[in-house]
Design a protein around this ligand. Structure first.
Ligand SMILES: Nc1ncnc2c1ncn2[C@@H]1O[C@H](COP(=O)(O)OS(=O)(=O)O)[C@@H](OP(=O)(O)O)[C@H]1O
Ligand SMILES: Nc1ncnc2c1ncn2[C@@H]1O[C@H](COP(=O)(O)OP(=O)(O)O)[C@@H](O)[C@H]1O
Length: 198
């Protein structure tokens, strides 16, 4: 059954372009993907602060945080991750429509799910960032102690341990965090975004 059968689109009188003008910059979805502990949240937070200091309107959608609210009914099966990414991308789309630079930090391990997220946006609006870090380094960092638990079998379907992570096939930017500081990595992304949003 098509649930949208009797639903029509109501046009907004204020457009995305109007709102971008108000904010004084383009809006976009900056999608950070990578293993747990690769540095997505750390980098996204620093970038958000730096953009804020440049008078840009930003919003950070962090996978962990969304799982406390809108996504709290979802687990870590591949179906639940798909839905997690779909909802986050849809929320991000609303923020982009509102004229904001959105940073999304989610493991988003499957290429197909990331592609579906990309399809919601225009070509230049969706910016995929691969936060690359070896599993060995992520496991050494283990900021939340989750890898240890996964190795002990206390957490199932853990990305990189007993569920796969598919690296992006053609990301817009790769940020390698193995042997750089968070600040250096954030600067790489800020510089890239400033060029892209010109
Ligand atoms: N099984 C399993 N696999 C991976 N991660 C797990 C798992 N269980 C809990 N966690 C914690 O949940 C955070 C990942 O949530 P995401 O919404 O980013 O995941 S996903 O995009 O749906 O794959 C992830 O956060 P980050 O470490 O910030 O990536 C973990 O803290
Ligand atoms: N270059 C780097 N970029 C980001 N985080 C780094 C970097 N080097 C070390 N770290 C550390 O790695 C950990 C990454 O954790 P987090 O940002 O929560 O990752 P994720 O959100 O991908 O799970 C933090 O403790 C951070 O200080």
């Amino acid at each position: 059954m098509d649930r949208r059968k009797h639903i029509t689109w109501s046009q907004s009188q204020v457009s995305k372009e109007n709102r971008q003008k108000l904010h004084n910059h383009k809006s976009c979805m900056v999608w950070l993907t990578g293993l747990s502990g690769s540095g997505k949240s750390t980098i996204a937070n620093i970038v958000q602060t730096k953009l804020y200091e440049l008078n840009m309107s930003t919003y950070l959608l962090d996978g962990d945080n969304l799982r406390h609210g809108i996504n709290k009914n979802l687990g870590f099966s591949s179906e639940d991750r798909k839905e997690n990414i779909r909802r986050t991308a849809e929320i991000g789309k609303l923020f982009v429509d509102a004229g904001i630079v959105v940073l999304a930090a989610l493991i988003s391990p499957f290429e197909e799910d990331r592609k579906l997220a990309r399809f919601l946006f225009t070509e230049d609006e969706f910016i995929e960032i691969y936060v690359e870090c070896s599993l060995e380094e992520c496991e050494l960092r283990d900021p939340k102690g989750l890898y240890k638990k996964a190795r002990l079998g206390e957490i199932k379907n853990f990305t990189g341990i007993d569920q796969i992570y598919e690296p992006p096939q053609s990301p817009d930017l790769v940020i390698s965090t193995n042997s750089k500081s968070p600040e250096e990595c954030a600067n790489e992304l800020v510089n890239y975004l400033i060029e892209r949003l010109k």
